[in-house]
Write a protein that binds this ligand. Structure first.
Ligand code: SDX
Length: 374
């Protein structure tokens, strides 16, 4: 078999097959365009589509919601552990630990059968946000707020985090954000999950690895850094100088560029109008104008379009959410996509083990330590 060409960062390399999503001609999940799903679906319907292969019927959606609602619990010893983790530990590290802790209390952790993995995925889908919200309140010296099974997924998320009734518009914006973050083909964290699954490890281990990969600023960690950029620039009149200085220093401007989307991330285009609307309602129009100016200069200088993180960070800020929650919210949504990929990998598995080009020294003769010089 001819040796496939090497490409740094595996850019452009087809590393497997998937029926879950496609980026060709725009982003779609199992054949449904992301625009249709963001416009019409709830996150629950999209999670069902990703995990079960189809949009649910009304009865299936009720059953799915009921199953999720009945599992909205995190074992008390885990909540107790969340109290003991030092306050300075970043939320993304707590999410990684939390996924690992949840494995210890999941009776099906070692069962890699398709249906068992779907059940575990549904549990993680509701347990991880509970764990995130509980930790977020504990570090503020407040008690966790229980999930309310009568609320939708997005509404529950905001309720547990903010302890006040989110407006229907905020709930819908969160729903859309979760849908847009839910799945994205062979991105770094998803591929990490598939590699771990391909050794016949277990779903929780795959999710732990994926969380570790998503944390990086070149991937999911970018959304937290987007807000830091906007807050450090401060006002629109300083945007041009800041961008020119960053580019002159060869710095990566978080929220811009993408390995696959070179003409623009369709998710960013979808979130932007939501940002403008919410900014106007929350007195944040100056930040929107600042962001637009940064985007204009980056495009003029580097022809780099914004990716999903550039508007999403602002949207979460306008919700009043703490910046340390931004990448964990990405985890909550992407747990649906990661799990779907793990299940797909195991349904037709082959160990993922690529080759490498060797670039080290040629053959060398052994020398005892005394003969290796001073
Ligand atoms: C996500 O893959 C996915 O699907 C991921 C994701 C998903 O849903 O799972 O879409 C989510 O991770 C979105 C991306 C979030 N990351 C960031 O916003 C971090 C900033 N962006 C970059 O670091 C970068 O754009 C990457 C990592 C996203 C993609 O980088 P590539 O494909 O490896 O491109 P590259 O590093 O080879 O850069 C090509 C050129 C370089 O210029 P030259 O050195 O050739 O002159 O573009 C420049 C880069 O310097 N460049 C940037 C830049 N991104 C690329 N310059 C400044 N700021 C940037 N953000």
């Amino acid at each position: 078999m001819s040796q496939p060409q090497y490409s740094p960062g595996l850019e452009g390399v087809v590393a497997g097959e998937t029926a879950i999503s496609s980026l060709d001609g725009g982003l779609s999940y199992r054949g449904y365009s992301i625009e249709d799903l963001a416009h019409h679906a709830s996150f629950e319907e999209v999670a069902h589509l990703l995990l079960h292969g189809d949009l649910p019927t009304a009865g299936e959606l009720d059953d799915f919601r009921r199953r999720l609602g009945s599992q909205e619990v995190v074992p008390p010893p885990i909540l107790e552990t969340l109290r003991r983790i030092p306050v300075k530990v970043p939320m993304m590290d707590v999410m990684r630990t939390g996924a690992s802790l949840l494995a210890h209390w999941d009776n099906e952790v070692a069962d890699n059968a398709h249906d068992a993995n779907v059940r575990k995925a549904e549990r993680l889908l509701v347990q991880l946000p509970i764990l995130m919200a509980a930790r977020h309140r504990l570090v503020q010296g407040k008690e966790p707020v229980s999930a309310d099974p009568r609320r939708s997924f997005a509404e529950n998320l905001l309720w547990m985090l903010l302890r006040n009734q989110p407006t229907p518009q905020m709930t819908r914006a969160m729903d859309v954000s979760l849908i847009l973050y839910a799945e994205h083909e062979f991105n770094a964290s998803t591929f990490t999950a598939r590699v771990i699954a391909s050794t016949l490890s277990d779903l929780h281990s795959s999710i732990c690895g994926a969380i570790g990969a998503l944390k990086g600023p070149l991937h999911g960690g970018a959304n937290e850094r987007v807000l830091a950029i906007l807050q450090s620039i401060g006002t629109t009149d300083k945007a041009e100088a800041w961008v020119m200085d960053a580019l002159a220093k060869k710095q990566r401007i978080m929220g811009f560029g993408h390995r696959v989307y070179k003409d623009g991330d369709p998710r960013a285009a979808y979130v932007k109008p939501m940002c403008s609307e919410l900014a106007a309602q929350t007195g944040n129009t100056p930040m929107e104008e600042l962001a637009d100016k940064v985007q204009e200069v980056v495009w003029r200088e580097k022809k780099l379009p914004p990716n999903v993180d550039w508007p999403t960070a602002r949207l979460y800020h306008y919700f009043g959410l703490a910046v340390e929650l931004y990448t964990p919210l990405f985890v909550v949504a992407r747990t649906a996509g990661w799990s779907a990929h793990v299940i797909e990998q195991l349904d037709q598995n082959r160990l993922i083990r690529p080759a490498a080009n060797y670039t080290g020294p040629g053959k060398r003769e052994w020398k005892a330590v005394g003969d290796r010089g001073a």
